[in-house]
Ligand binder design. Structure first.
Ligand code: SF4
Ligand code: SF4
Length: 129
C-alpha cells in the first residue's frame, strides 16, 4: 500500500494557524472523555498531522467539523495540548483547501472547452455588408 506523506504538513498548518500537538503523548484521555465518543479526534488525527499523513487527515474532515469545541478533552489533557485550538486550525486548513480547489475548478471552467472558440456557444452576428 502506498501512503501519501507530506512531511511539511504540520509546519504548513502551524504557519497560518498555530497548530501544535507535539506535547501529545497519546494517552487516550481525550478520546475516553469526549461526549461524542470521537474515535479519531484528537489524538489519532493530531498524530497524522505530525507524521504528515495528509490523506489520512483529509479522510477525517467530518470528525473535525463535528467537534463541539466543548473543551472537555482539553481541560483534562495531562499534557496541556490546546486541543480546541488545534481543531480550529484544522478547520481553517480544510476551509482554505476547499476554497483553493473551488477557485481552481472555477478558473478551469472559465478556460475550459465550453468557452473555447472551437466548442463554445456561437453568437449569430449579422453579416457584415
Ligand atoms: S489527552 Fe492530551 S496527551 Fe492525551 S492523547 Fe489526548 S491530546 Fe494527547
Ligand atoms: S472539544 Fe471536541 S474532541 Fe474535545 S471533548 Fe469536546 S467534542 Fe470531544
Amino acid at each position: 500500500m502506498v501512503v501519501g506523506v507530506n512531511p511539511r504538513l504540520a509546519e504548513y498548518i502551524d504557519a497560518s494557524t498555530g497548530f501544535d500537538a507535539d506535547a501529545c503523548m497519546n494517552c487516550g484521555v481525550c478520546t475516553a472523555i469526549c461526549p461524542l465518543g470521537m474515535e479519531h479526534l484528537p489524538r489519532e488525527l493530531f498524530r497524522y498531522v505530525v507524521l504528515g499523513l495528509d490523506e489520512e487527515v483529509r479522510a477525517h474532515q467530518e470528525a473535525v467539523y463535528s467537534c463541539l469545541l466543548c473543551k472537555l478533552c482539553e481541560v483534562n489533557c495531562p499534557a496541556g495540548v490546546h486541543i480546541t485550538e488545534n481543531v480550529r486550525a484544522l478547520r481553517h486548513y480544510f476551509n482554505q483547501e476547499i476554497f483553493r480547489s473551488k477557485r481552481a475548478s472555477q478558473v478551469g471552467s472559465w478556460f475550459g472547452p465550453q468557452n473555447s472558440r472551437d466548442s463554445g456557444p456561437r453568437i449569430n452576428a449579422p453579416a457584415v455588408p
